[in-house]
Design a protein around this ligand. Sequence first.
Ligand code: AP5
Length: 190
Amino acid sequence: MTGKKVIITGVPGVGKTTVVNEALRKLREEGIEYQSINFGSFMFEVAKNDNIIRDRDQMRTLDRTVQKRLQQRAGQAIAQVSGNVLIDTHASVKTPHGYLAGLPEWVLREILPDIIVLVETDNDQILMRRLTDDTRSRDKEGSRSIAEHQQFNRSIAAAYAMMTGCTIKMITNADFLLDRSSTELADVLR
Ligand code: AP5
């Protein structure tokens, strides 16, 4: 059995990692196991070993061709993982030169997801979460810019569905409603 391949995306600070951890905890109680993989961590390990960067938040500022090479290597490595797999990544990455597709054709071809999840919430909530997160170097942007990014992610997700035949699921991770968003994700993964 090959298992289910689910990709989870959302703009930085929307709380996708928080929702994933809570959904997987719920599923574990039912005996359902998923291997959780952070796409950015795969890319970062390669970039660090190659002495390109030292901070994961520098990755989106790298030259487009370097990011593409890192994506490709991460996609190939993740494709080798069998069983139920949940891949935490980005539908698009905001770079100084515009949006970079997070799941271009050469990555999707490797992973062939069953479902792509978009975690979303109000732009102002994302802004506040970024401002209060001291652990990361978040991009400084206003709520209008965050809104544009969330909208762009919906558009590009439609293209991913066309390319692979996967389904697209939108989940809202609103303030104080983590139980609701994680239950919704667990339902998708079950
Ligand atoms: P990655 O590490 O995935 O970056 P990120 O989006 O910044 O990920 P986070 O996990 O920090 O964001 P999150 O929204 O999931 O945050 P959290 O759960 O902590 O990737 C790093 C880099 O890798 C990228 O910048 C990019 O360069 C590169 N990369 C990755 N994939 C790529 C790809 N495919 N192609 C090219 N490059 C790629 O939550 C944030 C905060 O919100 C927390 O404080 C949390 O407590 C709070 N919160 C969460 N949920 C709630 C709630 N319901 N109510 C109140 N607060 C909440």
